[in-house]
Every structure is written in structure tokens, then in C-alpha cells.
Design a protein around this ligand. Structure first.
Ligand code: AHM
Ligand code: MG
Length: 334
């Protein structure tokens, strides 16, 4: 049996790949790993300790907030506040970003964005949820508190991104721009252990993932593409947690769609907290991610912390096919 490689060992080993790396990013990734373990512990026992259910409040963009969302949000903020390597955070659960006070007077050069618990409608019924995170290098002066523009960078500027999936087992998947690696939490030793090295997304797969209940609310070109998926007898899977649906396509191939609808004319999912970090991971694994208006997600200018976009993300051949459909059926005069 090959030797177990823990997340910490792997991160430290990878630091050597980056010339002039000073260990700050390494430290930050390790702190996120610790926060993930704490959130995992609570997700696993949520039913026992009564933190399921709604917290009777709404998040910054008007969605219902579950108690566990608030817990995960608080834990991530707490871990990053004490990290010393993070100048500020922006969370899907907070309206504005939060600058962090330097630890021991040291100016941190990174900011972190996260969706603490994605797929929150699944919490009550014990279905998979996930944490999504991304790390940017600050663009504002290091001797001052971080600024909004540090968080409003394009996805191409991400230094690292990843997610934690609280599923049948808990997995942390991340990339620092040199491929994607996956770690499974071994509960017996409390460590994330390298389980999926250099993940490559299949060129295509047998699954498509979309909330087909909104079919009639989609633009005609999206409807034609969804009909095509159905004609091909692709299997429809939709968990209602983007992390879980994207995770499946990463390993088995497939496409995840959240098109613009009448209710969400610009799409529902958030650029900063969901679309960009997951697109970064998927592209690093050889996949593609575009809007339903056919723009590469990572190239989109971000103007608001809670900006929403439509998205088609997944296996490269399937995203290309979706692009052809949309181009053909939205052509003038069609
Ligand atoms: P959340 O971050 O508030 O949980 O919402 C994001 C989620 C995605 O994970 C998921 O794919 C989508 O919203 C589900 O939305 P819908 O119920 O409209 O299909
Ligand atoms: Mg979310």
C-alpha cells in the first residue's frame, strides 16, 4: 500500500513548485482545511444538536438562511481571522466584505471569498452540501485595509480555488493553477488524505444537470439544447447543490446548467462565490465554463460582490456542443 499523503504534507510539498513562495498561501490553504474539518464535524451531527432548519433570516441576496449556513460562515470567518495570512473575506452570506485586522502587525497579501454552505435547501433532509472558496492576491496597497476591488477581480486572477463536499464521504478538492487534486477526509485520523491525484474531467459524459422544472422559463435556444440532451438519452441528475452536481461531472463527465430565467434574468448563481471558483477548478481539470450568452465565465468583469450569471459548466465537448446549439438557435431570423 502506498504511503498516505495528508493535505498539509501535499500543500507544503507543492509550495516548492512556486519560485519565491513565502509560505503565506500554503498557510492560508491549511487554515481553510482546518475550517473545513470543523464545518464537517457540525454538518455530520447537525440533526443531533438542533442546528437544522431555518434561522428565520435571509442572506444578502434574499435567500433563506439555514442555521448551519450561519455556523459555517462564522467558523470560516473565525479561522481566517486568526490565520494572519488573510487581509479580508467576502462571503455569500454577508452583504459586504469584511476587512481583517493584521495579526501581529503583519500585512497579509491575500483575500478569500467563499460560499460557506452551498445547496442550503438540502440541509434539512440530509442531502449533500458543500463549501466553495477562492483566493485572490490583493490589488490594493498592503499597508492599508483591503478594498472592494480586491474581491471584484476576474476569475482569471484567482490564485487558488477549491471546494469541500460533505457527501457520503467528505472531500476537499483544490487547485493552485497546476492541476486539480482531491483529498478524502479519513475520520479515524481526522485528516484529509490525497485520494484523487491530478483529476482530469472526461471529454463528455452521460449526465446533464439542470432544474428542468424551470424548462418553460428558459430561452428557446436553451430549451432546444435540453431537448437534445434528452434525445441522446442522457441521464438527468440535479441535486440542488452546485458543488455536488459539478463534482459528479468532474469525475464522470457531464454538463451542469443554470440558465437565465424570467425570475433571474441574469442567472441565479453568484459570480464571486460560485461561478468563478468552480469554473477555475473545472478549467484546471480540462473542462469549460461559459455563460448561456457564450462568454467564458473567468473572463467576465465583476462589478458587484453578489453579481449573478447564467452558467454552463462541465465536460469540454458537451459545453462546445451547447455553444453550437445556442449560437444556431439564437441566430437572427431562426
Ligand atoms: P445557495 O448557495 O443559496 O444554496 O444556492 C445555490 C444553489 C446551487 O448550489 C444550486 O445549484 C441552485 O442554487 C439550486 O437552485 P434552484 O433550487 O433554483 O434549482
Ligand atoms: Mg451557494
Amino acid at each position: 500500500m502506498s504511503r498516505i499523503v495528508t493535505l498539509d504534507e501535499f500543500i507544503i510539498h507543492r509550495q516548492k513548485d512556486f519560485a519565491y513562495a513565502s509560505g503565506e498561501l500554503t498557510g492560508l490553504l491549511r487554515d481553510i482545511g482546518v475550517a473545513a474539518k470543523i464545518v464537517n464535524r457540525e454538518v455530520n451531527k447537525a440533526g443531533l444538536i438542533g442546528i437544522l432548519g431555518r434561522a428565520d433570516s435571509e442572506n444578502a441576496t434574499g435567500d433563506e438562511v439555514q442555521k448551519l449556513d450561519l455556523f459555517a460562515n462564522d467558523k470560516l470567518i473565525e479561522c481566517l481571522r486568526n490565520s494572519g495570512e488573510c487581509a479580508g473575506i467576502a462571503s455569500e452570506e454577508n452583504e459586504d466584505f469584511i476587512p481583517l485586522i493584521p495579526v501581529a502587525g503583519k500585512a497579509a497579501k491575500y483575500v478569500v471569498i467563499f460560499d460557506p454552505l452551498d445547496g442550503s435547501s438540502n440541509i434539512d433532509v440530509n442531502v449533500s452540501v458543500g463549501t466553495i472558496f477562492g483566493i485572490y492576491r490583493r490589488v490594493s496597497p498592503l499597508d492599508q485595509p483591503c478594498q472592494k476591488e480586491d474581491f471584484l477581480q476576474k476569475g482569471t486572477e484567482l490564485v487558488a480555488a477549491g471546494y469541500v463536499l460533505y457527501g457520503t464521504s467528505t472531500m476537499l478538492v483544490y487547485s493552485t493553477g497546476r492541476g486539480v487534486n482531491g483529498f478524502t477526509l479519513d475520520p479515524s485520523i481526522g485528516e484529509f488524505c490525497l485520494s484523487h491525484r491530478d483529476i482530469r474531467m472526461p471529454d463528455r459524459g452521460n449526465y446533464y444537470s439542470v432544474n428542468q422544472g424551470y424548462y418553460l422559463k428558459f430561452d428557446v435556444e436553451m430549451r432546444r439544447y435540453i431537448d437534445h440532451c434528452s434525445d441522446l438519452n442522457l441521464r438527468l441528475r440535479y441535486i440542488g447543490s452546485m458543488v455536488s452536481d459539478v463534482h459528479r461531472s468532474l469525475f464522470q463527465g457531464g454538463i451542469f446548467l443554470y440558465p437565465n430565467t424570467r425570475k433571474y434574468p441574469h442567472g441565479k448563481l453568484r459570480m464571486v462565490y460560485e461561478c468563478n471558483p468552480l469554473s477555475y477548478i473545472v478549467e484546471q481539470a480540462g473542462g469549460k465554463a461559459i455563460t448561456c450568452q457564450l462568454q467564458r465565465i473567468l473572463d467576465i468583469e465583476v462589478h458587484h460582490l453578489h453579481q449573478r450569471e447564467s452558467i454552463a459548466i462541465g465536460s469540454p465537448a458537451m459545453v462546445d456542443e451547447m455553444r453550437e446549439f445556442v449560437a444556431r438557435y439564437s441566430a437572427p431570423g431562426f
